[in-house]
Design a protein around this ligand. Sequence first.
Ligand SMILES: [Zn+2]
Length: 96
Amino acid sequence: MYCRNCGQQISDDAYVCPMCGVKTKDEPDKNPNDHSVVLGLIALIVGIIIPLVAWICGGIGLSHASKNNNQAGKTLCIIGIIVGTIMFFVYLGQTL
Ligand SMILES: [Zn+2]
């Protein structure tokens, strides 16, 4: 891509232009429809008790996060899903 300030060609993933130091992008807009962080937290907390909730909330949260490029939300949801899956097997082991 090209720097919008000085017009130099710079790396696509450069956060600031190495030539002039100006930010290459505006801060990403916070999307009000992005509930991935909240969903990820629900997945994590409730998922420990009810793994199904972790999968549902984590799954919905993941789609929100990827739509909005929300790394924090994505990470939270993935952790929630993993925790839910682990707990599922823990409970499964207890009932057997
Ligand atoms: Zn520049």
